[in-house]
Design a protein around this ligand. Structure first.
Ligand code: 1GP
Length: 256
């Protein structure tokens, strides 16, 4: 097991649920990017995820990540939106399969192409297999990855995919409501997913309030990701991270 994955599991052991901060290098200049990363670390976020947008390339990532790595010590994990979002300056990369894409490219062909690039040029970059399930609003990522986004009114279909991630033994599963989603993944769906999936459960999309973060953590999420709130109201982050840890602690106690 790679170092970053070990670190993530240790952090979850410690807090019950941890927080990760998603930053988009395409939306901000390099100074702001580094400033937000430092704020995230100071607020108690466990890692920084970098990705998302359509306009990211390796040159930009190399520049932004070199600067960021000088200032923060928590791991920096790539969350690639396409094949050009790889950089040797990161500590790890989520190796994503979009479970509910209707386009085979996002299920295996992008991964096939990325694998050759990773093997030839980034052999030291840690990769972590991630099953990605896009639900609710779905946002831009649902559109871009041709996902058949599953509405919350169909929890049985969401859970059927969660079960598929279980039997495929994906170590990480991300329930994604889409960046900026009006409605984050309902705690009830998180709870049902937790019941059937034993890997590390990640939840993100539309989480902007500490109370919501608390409920999602308490319902069984292991990692909560926020992006938009960090860009718009960075002063709120500390409260969100505290709520995530509190929810994680209650989750641990309930399972005892
Ligand atoms: C998107 O789940 C993440 O991939 C974060 O979403 O920007 O709504 O926090 P927000």
């Amino acid at each position: 097991m790679g170092k970053v994955r070990e670190y993530i599991l240790r952090e979850i052991e410690k807090y019950g649920t941890i927080h990760m901060t998603l930053l988009d290098p395409d939306k901000v200049d390099v100074e702001t990017f580094v400033k937000l990363g430092k704020q995230a670390e100071n607020a108690g976020s466990s890692a920084i995820m970098v990705g998302g947008s359509l306009g990211v390339n390796e040159r930009l990532l190399d520049e932004y990540l070199s600067e960021l790595k000088r200032e923060v010590s928590i791991p920096v994990i790539l969350f690639p939106g396409n094949l050009s979002s790889i950089s040797s300056k990161a500590d790890a990369l989520w190796f994503i399969v979009v479970l509910n894409s209707s386009n085979i490219y996002y299920i295996i062909d992008a991964q096939m192409q990325a694998s050759v690039i990773l093997y030839k040029s980034y052999r030291n970059l840690e990769t972590m297999p991630l099953a990605y399930l896009i639900v609710g609003d779905g946002g831009a990522v649902g559109f871009v990855s041709n996902a058949r986004v599953i509405p919350y009114s169909r929890p049985e279909i969401i859970i059927a995919y969660v079960l598929a991630a279980r039997y495929l033994e994906f170590p990480f599963l991300y329930l994604e409501a889409g960046s900026g989603a009006k409605m984050p993944v309902p705690p009830e769906i998180v709870r049902k997913s937790r019941e059937v999936y034993n890997g590390t459960l990640i939840v993100g999309g539309g989480i902007r309030e500490p109370e919501i973060a608390y409920e999602i953590a308490r319902s069984g999420a292991d990692i909560i990701v926020t992006g938009t709130v960090v860009e718009r109201e960075p002063e709120k982050l500390r409260k969100i991270v505290e709520a995530v840890h509190r929810g994680g602690n209650d989750k641990k106690r309930r399972n005892m």
